[in-house]
Design a binder for this molecule. Sequence first.
Ligand SMILES: [Zn+2]
Ligand SMILES: [Zn+2]
Length: 142
Amino acid sequence: MKRGLAYLMLFYESKKPLRLKDVSRKLNVKMPSALETISRLMIKGYLQKVSRGCFEISDEGKKYVEEMMWRHAVLEWTFMNKLNIQSKDLCKTVSKIEELIPLDIIEELCEMNKHPITCPHNIEAPHPGKSRKATAYKYCEI
Ligand SMILES: [Zn+2]
Ligand SMILES: [Zn+2]
């Protein structure tokens, strides 16, 4: 998982604001480095400050995280079923490229895979515009 996404997942899963020192401890990074990444994610609008040293994920951040989960599922299916690639590192590879592929291509691949609601590892994935099955989703990491 990319660094920014790992931070966002932590906030997404916690469902409550997190303090800088908790983030630093949970991700095993030094506080200044955690603050740097958090600041970068705030500039992007994915995190917001709750109070001094305390942050939470924004709606925009949740949307981003869930879009990545959907992209991840679509690409995993594409590689496995359409390209017949069975590499055990598929999940890791997909993590590296999922963000880079233009949305219209992901949408086409999604269509090609009949709009999957789980990834090939049976982890539920959100689909933009479809009714939600879960209140929070997990990011596939096999
Ligand atoms: Zn779709
Ligand atoms: Zn998966």
